[in-house]
Design a protein around this ligand. Structure first.
Ligand code: EPU
Length: 349
């Protein structure tokens, strides 16, 4: 385990915010975690509060952090274990880079994770946030989540059915916040042919690279990577935290109001998707585009020209205040024009 004080977090958040943590503890086993929480609380010589980060790809540090940032270096991928009907279970350490696991599973010809290619972050955080893209959520392929519980010092194993997964939601983010630290995730993957191509332009992107050849998880991974690269900034070049806002679910009344505004202002049909509970999902990207945010710049902060859901550290020198000012202006404009309050997907610390 490595414990350092007064550490720059710039390389540990994909937005590239220049903030510091009073202390950073990088642990590599459940035993390390037990020693960090000897009596149900963080070791008394370490500054509080504590906050656990993954790849820092879904958060915005709004100022220096006065406590201890925890980060997992639990990095292992087990050999696939047969689970019947052509399926296998694979247990993965929380600190494994998410996309390294996706590349590994596609390389083995295993179906399940390919649509989630190239999402930044680590495996433990993926299970906390229920990452999703191109018609798949990580909850669809999780079998169980193993965690350390600081208060009891115990290791617990939570089946997927107990994790309360929903759109970018889980009990880890809600009522269990701070209760568990994910140490590993077990996935259920399939050796049986099972491509999922029904989201947006996935099918046409796949067909353009395969030209009729047999589909494999690796081929779909390549197609997803090319879609993402064409729409989203390369994290190595431009700081961002991916989609900054969630897509809002609204009532029929609100949807009617948005449709009326769109008609009056000649904005065309409002893209939408009706969920099982009758609420209607409107893409935040559409609302933001219609408010003129694509490619906008405010000081050192900006909005990605090809996807207005993505706020960027345009010059590499943006401060948290500049990102927050841009966020506020975007939320205000959507609220004033469409009466919808956008919620950030990115966690503010
Ligand atoms: N749209 C516009 N203008 C744009 C882009 C999109 O009007 O510039 C509208 C279109 O109607 C389009 C719709 O928005 O059909 C949906 O766009 P897209 O498929 O690109 O997805 P998204 O809703 O913008 C979500 C996730 C992404 C994920 C993509 C693909 C959220 C908040 N975002 O974006 O996740 O990659 O779907 O599945 O759910 C992330 O979470 O960081 C992330 C990038």
């Amino acid at each position: 385990m490595e414990i350092r004080t007064n550490v720059s977090l710039r390389a540990m958040n994909t937005f590239g915010m220049e903030v510091k943590a009073a202390c950073l503890a990088e642990y590599s086993s459940a035993g390390d975690l037990r020693s960090l929480f000897p009596a149900g609380e963080l070791r008394s010589d370490l500054p509080r509060p504590w906050y656990h980060i993954g790849g820092g790809s879904n958060l915005l540090f709004t100022k220096d952090f006065e406590g201890t940032v925890l980060h997992s270096s639990i990095c292992f991928t087990s050999e696939p274990e047969p689970a019947g009907d052509g399926e296998v279970k694979v247990r993965v350490g929380a600190g494994v880079i998410w996309d390294d696991f996706v590349a590994w599973s596609c390389g083995r010809g295993l179906w399940g994770a390919e649509n989630l290619s190239l999402i930044p972050g680590e495996t433990g955080a993926a299970a906390v946030q229920n990452i999703g893209a191109y018609g798949v959520e990580v909850a669809d392929i999780i079998s169980k989540v193993e965690c350390f519980e600081p208060v009891t010092g115990k290791q617990v194993s939570l089946p997927v059915s107990e994790c309360g997964y929903g759109y970018r939601q889980s009990r880890f983010k809600g009522e269990w916040k701070g209760r568990y630290i994910v140490t590993s995730v077990t996935f259920l993957l399939s050796g049986n042919y099972s491509p999922r191509l029904d989201y947006g332009n996935v099918r046409s992107a796949v067909e353009s690279v395969t030209a009729g050849a047999t589909l494999t998880p690796g081929v779909i991974r390549d197609a997803i990577i090319s879609i993402r690269n064409s729409k989203l900034p390369d994290p190595a070049m431009v700081g961002s935290a991916g989609s900054f806002f969630k897509n809002p679910f609204v009532s029929e009344d609100v949807f009617r109001h948005v449709s009326q505004v769109a008609r009056e202002e000649g904005l065309g049909d409002v893209p939408h998707f009706t969920s099982q509970d009758g609420n209607i999902k409107i893409p935040a990207a559409w609302l933001l585009e219609k408010c003129g945010w694509k490619g906008a710049v405010m000081g050192n902060a900006g909005v990605w020209g090809k996807q207005p859901l993505v706020l960027v550290n345009a010059t590499g020198k943006a401060t948290p205040q500049e990102i927050l000012a841009l966020e506020e202006a975007m939320v205000r404009s959507v609220r004033e024009r469409f009466s919808i309050r956008l919620e950030p997907e990115v966690e503010h610390i």
